[in-house]
Write a protein that binds this ligand. Structure first.
Ligand SMILES: [Zn+2]
Ligand SMILES: [Zn+2]
Length: 255
């Protein structure tokens, strides 16, 4: 399985910068998990292939350029853009984003080939199919309805925490997996900001360290993501100090 964290900003030479401002993971160049930077950072080849997008929650850093992405492709889409989300999140996207005020309600619109956007409600705790992948969604502990995911291509399995504070359901699903090859987990704030992390329901390196004790698999790659750009260096230093084997920080742009 090929997973790329899409970059969200670029330097003057057009090279992806290390700060992760928006969240969008691209799997096997065709399935997206969240869509923060989807309109900004795909290659033309990827843009022609991505038609399946899972949205974990409606925070702007996870959906910022989704409307623009569909707008860009609007006249050329020969199949609808399929948006996989829980019923709750679909309702929020329709109410707050695709509401004719912030942006057009694409789910009501057609181009010459047919509908341009389709919602696919996803179940909780039961496997569902996205393109060539199978996935299981589980609620995590964030300030809006949010899901974590375990995604498998039949050979490899990867867990995505999305944005969360301490949680149990996610670990139950993860630990039930026969094997796990990688865990992508958030680490948003440095330890000194634990109060803010608590109220906004995110991890610090210290709370992440506690949380990882719930993980019964071992030996997989653990990639920290969603580091707030302003505190990136400080968070990395604190993650390193945890001395957790195979824990690294996922870099925007890298596969
Ligand atoms: Zn969030
Ligand atoms: Zn976020």
């Amino acid at each position: 399985m090929r997973i790329q964290l899409l970059p969200s900003t670029f330097d003057a030479q057009g090279v992806a910068t290390l700060e992760q401002r928006l969240t969008c993971f691209l799997i096997d160049d065709c399935v997206a998990v969240d869509a923060g930077s989807i309109a900004i950072a795909l290659t033309d080849e990827q843009r022609s292939k991505v038609r399946d997008i899972i949205i974990t929650h409606p925070h702007l850093d996870h959906i910022a350029s989704l409307p623009i992405f569909i707008d860009d492709l609007y006249p050329t889409l020969k199949e609808p853009m399929r948006i996989y989300a829980t019923e709750e999140v679909i309702g929020l996207l329709e109410r707050d984003v695709f509401n004719w005020n912030v942006y057009p309600r694409f789910s009501d619109l057609k181009n010459d080939y047919g509908p341009v956007m389709e919602y696919i409600p996803i179940p909780i705790g039961k496997p569902f199919t996205v393109a060539h992948l199978s996935a299981v969604a589980v609620p995590v502990n964030h300030i809006v309805p949010t899901i974590g995911l375990v995604i498998s291509d039949g050979q490899k399995s990867v867990a995505f925490s999305s944005d969360t504070a301490e949680t149990d359901d996610f670990w139950r699903i993860v630990n039930e997996m026969k094997g796990l090859d990688a865990l992508l987990i958030e680490a948003s704030f440095p330890n000194r900001m634990s109060k803010l992390a608590e109220v906004s329901r995110h991890f610090t390196p210290a709370s992440l360290n506690e949380e990882l004790k719930k993980l019964t698999h071992n030996g997989m790659d653990i990639m920290a993501v969603h580091l707030k750009p302003t505190y990136r260096d400080e968070i990395i230093e604190q993650l390193r100090a945890l001395n957790i084997p195979k824990l690294s920080v996922m870099e925007p742009g890298k596969v």
